[in-house]
Every structure is written in C-alpha cells, then in structure tokens.
Design a protein around this ligand. Structure first.
Ligand SMILES: Nc1ncnc2c1ncn2[C@@H]1O[C@H](COP(=O)(O)OP(=O)(O)OP(=O)(O)O)[C@@H](O)[C@H]1O
Ligand SMILES: [Mg+2]
Length: 256
C-alpha cells in the first residue's frame, strides 16, 4: 500500500483539565475516504481541527506527506513549528465547515479566488478559470457574481466546497457540512460530495451523521467514543456488523 498522506501518532488533546483526545493513532492514505462517526463531544471536530492547524495537539505527532505538522527542525533539534512552517504544510489540506465561513462582502467567484491569489500567490487569470470550473462543477455556474446573502444554505455550502477544491488540496476535511441545513437542502450537498468522492483522487475525511452516505462512499469508518477510536474498519463492518455495544447504541439513534 502507498505511504500515508496523513498520520496521527499517539495524539492527545486536552482543554484545561479535560482530556478530549486520549491517544489517536490513524493513517489516512492518498485517495482514501474516511468517515468519522461518534457521539457529540467525542472529539470528532477536534481531530480534524488539529490537521487544519486550528488546534494544537497537547502531545503526539501529526505527519502530513512525510512532514511533521506541528514541529520543525531547527539546528538539529525538533522545536514548535512557526507560522511559516504551519502554513506550508497546511497548504495540502482543505476544509469545509458546518457554517460555510464565506466572506459576505465578496461575490462567490471572489470567495473562491482570494486564497490562491493572496495566500499562495498564484496567477489571477489561472485562478479565475479554475474557480469558474469548480463553481460549475458544484452546479453554480450561473451565480458567479452573486453574494453569499443571495444564496440558499445548500448553495452556500456548495460554494464552500468549490472554494476548497480550487486550492487543489491533497486532503479535504468535511465537518458535518449538512447538519446546519434545512432537510430539503441536504440531498444536493451530499450529491456534490458524492461526486467529488467518486471522481477525485484526493483523500477525504468526513465527520457525518449520515450513515447511508458513509456506507456508500467511505473506504474506512472510525467510531470515536470518549476521545479514543473505539472501532475502525470498512463501512459495512463498522456500521452494519459491529457488536460493540456502545456503537450499536449510538447507531440505534439513527434508525427510524
Ligand atoms: N476550544 C475549546 N475549549 C474548551 N473545550 C473544548 C474546545 N473545543 C472543544 N472542546 C471540548 O472538547 C470536547 C470534544 O469536542 P468536539 O467539538 O471535538 O466534539 P465533537 O465530537 O465534534 O461533537 P459534536 O458532535 O457535538 O460536534 C467537548 O467536550 C468540547 O466541549
Ligand atoms: Mg463536532
């Protein structure tokens, strides 16, 4: 099998005295689609926020494409990473949030273009071309000049996806991206993610409560419980066949 694109090695995270993650070991391979499920407060968001450099691990290592994310070498010793190192290594990671996080004063085309131009220093024409392609891909080819306030929640979430795709990440993180949407808008967003999952070769990590969706697209499912990976395996093994009582109890809440 290929070298992992992301590795967590004995990663712990505490907020004050509260131990939220208690030793996470995880390999994510190129093109692998990983679904993360688990009860509220189990640490799902914290796991992906550390990879996006939004939270710093209390201990342990996160390796991205062979490079330690949170530590760097200086004069032969490993020291805390500086901003420049974090920015460089994070360049391979894209994230879509629950609440879109679009810039309200920019059109949706400008929302897609700003980071590649202003953070990565890419050529404006090239970025504009790619942004239009990605917006077309998520079904918003007729909305380039609209502002986020003029869009539905599902459309905003599709802009957020196009914006992440324009950065050409090697790993895309999705944190419950449908849970803030009205129920009738969930389907269109899942459909776009499904299209990306089936056609793109980047790795994806999806925190989700959509079990049928996870069964459909995930190569691997993790059940996070009280800060540890309590179960992991193929989607069918974890969602359909596991006998772990806490996992069964968790899943029973999604059956109707
Ligand atoms: N910045 C923070 N400061 C203090 N505590 C935090 C912080 N972020 C998260 N926590 C705590 O860490 C625990 C795990 O939070 P996390 O958001 O990772 O859970 P989650 O599995 O994503 O839950 P949910 O399904 O509700 O989104 C929770 O108890 C939460 O209150
Ligand atoms: Mg969360």
């Amino acid at each position: 099998m290929s070298e992992p694109i992301v590795q967590y090695k004995d990663v712990h995270k505490s907020f004050g005295d509260v131990k939220v993650l208690k030793g996470i070991d995880l390999d994510i391979h190129p093109a692998e689609k990983v679904a993360v499920i688990g009860p509220s407060g189990s640490g799902k968001t914290t796991i992906i926020r550390m990879l996006m450099t939004l939270e710093e691990p209390t201990s342990g290592d996160i390796i991205v494409d062979g490079t330690n994310l949170w530590k760097m070498e200086k004069n032969g010793a490993m020291v805390d990473a500086n901003e420049k190192h974090l920015r460089q290594v994070r360049g391979d990671i894209g994230m879509v949030f629950q609440h879109f996080n679009l810039f309200p004063h920019m059109t949706i085309l400008e929302n897609c273009m700003t980071a590649p131009i202003n953070v990565k220093g890419e050529d404006k024409k090239e970025v504009e071309q790619r942004s239009m392609e990605m917006l077309e891909r998520v079904g918003l080819g007729d909305k380039f000049d609209n502002y986020p306030s003029q869009l539905s929640g599902g459309q905003k979430q599709r802009v957020a996806m196009a914006r992440a795709l324009v950065m050409r990440p090697k790993v895309m993180l999705f944190d419950e991206v449908t849970s803030a949407l009205d129920p009738e808008l969930v389907g269109e967003v899942l459909e776009v993610i499904r299209d990306i999952a089936k056609n793109d070769d980047m790795a994806m990590v999806l925190v989700t409560h959509e079990m049928d969706f996870a069964l459909d697209i995930a190569d691997k499912v993790l059940f996070l419980d009280e800060g540890v990976i309590a179960e992991q395996g193929s989607a069918a093994d974890v969602i359909e066949h596991s006998e772990n009582p806490r996992l069964r109890e968790f899943l029973s809440r999604f059956r109707n």
